[in-house]
Design a protein around this ligand. Structure first.
Ligand code: YSA
Length: 346
């Protein structure tokens, strides 16, 4: 027991005085080393001790081992902090600098706002493929081949071999579309989802389809070659233009507030009759925000509905344009510039 007491004093004092990690590790070996550690030797000798002595020395030696291990670990942590401070000039006890956390892109935020408003009006949100067939993008929407209205949507066509090199996500979507048999294009609007949805669902229903669309056209402050649309479709027995106007007024007021000024203007799309567009007053001018109308009977027929039994309205709004008005953004190209000075503002 006397040896043990002496060892304890010696070891704890040595640990306390230790000035560097190397020395500390030497102390660990000296006292606790597996082969020749001074305390290890005492612990090993327990077996040969008379029972009475063993009863006293055993617990005391084990307690000392625990105490010593703890003291070594504590000192080691202290020395590591100090060595970083002095050797690398890094003081890890200083308060850290704040790490910048990313956030949702403004367009994603606006899309969320739009979704929430329509969801509150009982619309369901669905999505569809970005690589689309000619059938759904055009034919089923009453725009047959050689129809002049196809020029309204300058199209990026995919060559068969290009279909294999497009990114993984599109490829998976394309597979679903049986790529081999059909010509694919990058969808020019979200309207193809109208017939895709109607083929699989029975009315009444109301849906929105947010998604990315692509057009082979010149860019300017309000036109991009890829942008986002939110398609809307409400079908039922008596759905009419007054319902459309109500839903739109409600939507725009919830998004922009009561002061918003809308203009409904007659227009033409082959897949609606009548067709119209909505403009919003912005900076003293009218900015076109969406195309819309009452679903054309041919579109119902393409979805195998009987047009005599049903009516519906549909619309496609431009998400960037909504964001531009709401957040006063002068040029649509800023959304895709990747400029952090722009992105961080929202
Ligand atoms: C019409 C009738 C329906 O029953 C359903 C939907 C539609 C809309 C139709 N599919 C369409 O794409 N019409 S559109 O070419 O006029 O585009 C709709 C909206 O997308 C525009 O009002 C505009 O807000 C936006 N948009 C169009 N081209 C754009 C664009 N936004 C940015 N860049 C472009 N190049």
């Amino acid at each position: 027991m006397a040896n043990l007491e002496q060892l304890k004093k010696q070891a704890l004092e040595a640990v306390k005085q230790s000035k560097d990690i190397k020395n500390l590790e030497e102390l660990r070996v000296r006292f606790l080393g597996r082969e020749k550690g001074e305390l290890t030797k005492i612990l090993r000798s327990l077996g040969a001790m008379p029972l009475e002595e063993k009863k006293k020395v055993g617990p005391a030696a084990n307690a000392l081992r625990a105490e010593l291990e703890q003291a070594l670990d504590k000192k080691s942590a202290e020395l590591r902090v100090n060595s970083l401070k002095f050797e690398v000039g890094l003081d890890i006890t200083m308060p850290g600098t704040k790490v910048g956390v990313g956030h949702l892109h403004l367009l994603t935020q606006v899309e969320k706002q739009v979704r929430e408003i329509f969801k509150a009006m009982n619309f369901s949100v669905i999505t569809g493929p970005e690589a689309e067939t000619e059938k759904y993008n055009f034919d089923a929407l009453n725009i047959p081949k050689d129809h002049p209205a196809r020029d309204m949507w300058d199209t990026f066509w995919l060559r068969q071999n290009e279909q294999l090199t497009i990114n993984k996500k599109l490829l998976t979507e394309s597979k679903k579309l049986k790529v081999k048999s059909e010509k694919l294009l990058m969808r020019t609007h979200t309207s193809p989802m109208q017939v895709r949805f109607m083929e699989k669902h029975k009315p009444p229903f109301q849906i929105i389809v947010p998604g990315r669309v692509f057009r082979f056209e010149a860019t300017d402050a309000s036109h991009e070659i890829n942008f986002y649309q939110v398609e809307g479709l409400m079908v039922g027995r008596d759905v009419n233009l007054a319902n459309f106007k109500f839903v739109m007024n409600e939507f725009f007021q919830r998004l922009f507030g009561k002061g918003i000024k809308l203009r409904y203007r007659p227009s033409y799309f082959p897949f609606v009759e009548p067709g119209l567009e909505i403009d919003i007053e912005w900076k003293g001018k009218w900015l076109e925000i969406m195309g819309a109308g009452m679903v054309h009977p041919r579109v119902f027929e393409a979805a195998h509905y009987n047009p005599r039994d049903l009516q519906g309205f549909a619309f496609g709004l431009g998400l960037e344009r909504i964001a531009m008005i709401k957040y006063n953004i002068p040029d649509i190209r800023l959304f895709y510039s990747g400029d952090l000075r722009f992105i961080k503002q929202f």
